[in-house]
Design a protein around this ligand. Sequence first.
Ligand code: FES
Length: 152
Amino acid sequence: MKAAGNEVTAIIGARSKDYVIMEDRMGKASDRLIICTDDGSYGIPGFVTTALQQLLNDGERFDEIVAIGPAIMMRAVANMTREYKIPTIVSLNSIMVDGTGMCGACRVTVGDETKFVCVDGPEFDGHKVDFDELMQRLGTYKDEEELAQNKE
Ligand code: FES
């Protein structure tokens, strides 16, 4: 986006400083890089939405927002930008399993349509994604996943 002549602000969020990734690359790919950590060990204390809200409160204007990461973060970003009517793209690749269109794990409702992230996406209009349904589906096998993890 920067190479195409856009002014790019990037916000990276992580649990703590040790989990911040791609800082150099994102710094080079953007005009301004803001880092947030949940525990405040690096950058702005809080989530990416904390930094985004500050920018919006300061009157910054954005033509488009792109959110990539955990579903809970993308939902929070989409909910925030909906109020400001900022077009928001979310990348749902994190919910894919086989990536071939066969397992059905990446089924998602976008607007009134059922989509498969690996076939129809992975980018979608964040304001149309049914994140509540998505989050519910992501938790379907939570108990089994915990059991399997504790077995190892
Ligand atoms: Fe399996 Fe899309 S990831 S169908």
